[in-house]
Write a protein of this length. Structure first.
Length: 243
């Protein structure tokens, strides 16, 4: 018992020490580590927001860029440009075009071609606060699709970054890894799609919705569940309870 207490105290002391180290004052942290510096050449490539419209304010778009820059540490920039369907000019490594076009859906994504579109036309509102919030949220969705939010944690998945037909040829088959398949169910519920659910035949009989039996095993269960009791239950009046 004493040994267990000692071990427990050591673990607690270690945890507190770790917390103390993580909470070092800035000057002490700098004294010990020298601070954080950027490794030259570590950041490569560029994701470009290409603004092709004037309805959504530039500061709203800048807010999205700032958020993803902090979250990802990628180089993300903003440029003015044009979206030319069906083969837009790609800026940087990946391009997120922001357009105002009544003829396009809210989001388009072409993963192999390295571009996605967020269309502000369907998002417009008489209330600017609503319009701003919609723009920021759809930019988040567009960026996620462009940058592989559907990708798998497993290597060589079909949902991974594919930039040429040759890369498709190198993938073994057309199946998806389990972690991607698992995401489908919750997602498609929003569109009214649900999977088949299975249960034991005996449970279906007990719940009263089982179809007629199709084999001897089911018939035996059906007959047992639907059999009339040899001694029917008697309901007797209890004068004390009034029922």
């Amino acid at each position: 018992m004493q040994m267990k207490k000692s071990v427990c105290l050591i673990v607690i002391a270690s945890a507190l020490a770790g917390m103390a180290n993580n909470a070092l004052p800035d000057d002490e942290g700098l004294r010990r580590t020298g601070g954080s510096i950027e490794k030259p050449g570590s950041q490569k490539g560029e994701i470009v927001y290409v603004n092709c419209q004037g309805a959504a304010k530039a500061e709203w778009i800048a807010s999205s860029i700032d958020y993803f820059t902090k979250q990802t540490k990628f180089k993300i920039t903003l440029r003015d440009g044009e979206f030319s369907w069906p083969s837009p000019k790609i800026h940087g490594s990946l391009s997120l075009f922001i357009v105002d076009d009544e003829g396009l859906p809210t989001i388009l994504c072409a993963p192999e071609n390295r571009w996605a579109v967020v269309n502000v036309a369907p998002l417009k509102s008489g209330k600017e606060a609503f319009f701003e919030a919609r723009i920021k949220k759809e930019l988040t969705r567009g960026f996620a699709y462009l940058c592989g939010a559907a990708n798998s944690r497993y290597p060589n998945a079909l949902t991974g970054g594919i930039t040429s037909v040759d890369m498709i040829d190198k993938i073994t088959d057309a199946r998806l890894p389990a972690d991607v398949i698992e995401r489908f169910r919750k997602y498609v519920e929003s569109f009214g799609v649900t999977p088949i659910r299975y249960t034991a035949y005996i449970n279906a009989c007990r719940q009263g919705w089982a179809p007629p039996p199709t084999n001897d095993y089911q018939k035996a269960i059906w007959d047992k569940v639907h059999a009339i009791p040899a001694k029917p239950m008697k309901i007797e009046f209890d004068p004390k309870k009034g029922r």
